[in-house]
Ligand binder design. Sequence first.
Ligand code: FAD
Ligand code: EPU
Length: 344
Amino acid sequence: METLKVHHNYSLQSLTTFQVPVIAAQFMEVNNLAELISAIQYAGDQPILILGGGSNLLFTHDYSGIVIQLKSQGYSKEKFETSSNLWKVTADAGMNWDDLVERTISEGLGGLENLSLIPGTVGASPIQNIGAYGVELKDTLLSVQVLNRKDFTIHSLSVEDCKFGYRDSIFKNSEKNKWVILSVTFLLSQADSSYSVNTGYGNIQSALTNKNILNPTSKDIRDIVCEIRRSKLPDPQLIGNAGSFFKNPEVSEEIKNELIHQWPDLPVYPTANNNYKLAAGWLIEKAGWKGKWHGNARVHELQALVLTNPGKATGKEIYALALSIQNDIRNKFGVKLEMEVNIL
Ligand code: FAD
Ligand code: EPU
C-alpha cells in the first residue's frame, strides 16, 4: 500500500461526464494488477466502485465507499492463425475506448469503426455491450479478462459467458460487482480488399453517397460516424450528459401494431426475436419533453433521449427528470422506459 495514494473526500465532478457535484469518501488510481489487488485489500468490507471514464454513471448522492480508477494502458496484437487475416488485439481496461478504435484503424485493422467516438474506457465497454451504427461490442469480442474481487483469481470469459444482449451483460446483472475487467481481446480483420465495412445503419449510406465514396474504408466509416455523432450528441466537455439515458424499448408485434395504429410515424425496428424496438427519443419528443427544463436539468434540444446538466444540475435533479419522463411515457404510450445509465 505504500505506493498507493488514497485521496479522502475527493470530488468526482470532473471525472464523470454528467459533471454533477459528488464527493467520494475515498479515491484511488491504480496502474497495474498488483496495485488493484492492494486497493481491494485495503477496502476490506467497504463498498467499492470501479470507475472508468464516468460516461455512463449518475451519482444522486455522495459515495461513502472507495472509488478505484484503473489507469492501465497496455495494448498488444498478434496474428490469430498464421495463415488467416485475423488479428487478436488486447487492450487494457484503462485505455480510452476511442483511442483504441483510432489505433486499430490506423494499424489497418477493421471491425471497430462503427463504434467510433463512444466515450469511456475499454474496461467498461463489455458492461453494457456498447453499440452504435449497427454494430455491438460482442460482434468482434473474443474474450474478457477479469479479476474475481473476492479471491483474486483471474479468468477469461468468452462471448457466451458474458451473455451479451442489447446494452446488457452478466456484468450488469447476475454477476454485478463480482469481477473487475482487466483487459478485453478482440478479433479484428486486416482491412484489405476482402474486408467489407458495415454501412447498413441509418444515414451512413447516404453520407457515403453524398461524399461520392464507392468503396469505403474503415477510416471513411469512422469519419462519417464521428460527423453524425457530433451533429446530434452534446459534447460532454461542454454540456454534461451520459449519452442515451434510456434504452430503446422492445415490444411485441401486437403492441407495436396498436401503437402504429395510433401513431403512424413512430419509428420501429424489427429485432432478431420477432419483437420490435421503438425509438425512445421519438416517444419522449412526442410527449413534449424535448428541450424542457426540470429545475437545473434539461432534456437535450437536439436529441430527446439525452438528459443534460447544462451547468448547475445535481444528480437528484437529473434523476427526478428521468422519473417524470418515465412516468409520462408510461401514461401516454403504455410503454416502460428502462434506464440505461447506472444510477448510484
Ligand atoms: P463508467 O461510466 O465509468 O462506468 C460504467 C459502469 O461500468 C459502472 O457500473 C462501473 O462501475 C463499471 N465499470 C467501469 N470499468 C469497469 C471495469 N474495468 N471493471 C468492472 N466494472 C467496470 N454507449 C453506447 O453503448 N453507445 C453509444 O453510442 C454511446 N454514446 C454515448 C455518447 C455520449 C456523449 C456519452 C456521454 C455516453 C455514450 N454512451 C454510449 C455511454 C458510455 O459511453 C458507455 O456506456 C461507456 O462504455 C462507459 O464507459 P466508462 O468508462 O465511462 O464507464
Ligand atoms: N428521434 C426523434 N426525436 C429525438 C431523437 C430521436 O424522433 O429527439 C428519432 C430519430 O428521428 C430516429 C430514431 O428516433 O428516427 C432513432 O434516433 P437515433 O438514430 O438518433 O438513435 P437513438 O435510437 O436515439 C441509439 C443508441 C445510441 C447510438 C445511436 C446510433 C440506444 C439507447 N441509443 O440512439 O447510443 O449512438 O442509436 O446507433 O440504443 C447510448 O447508448 O448512450 C447511445 C448514444
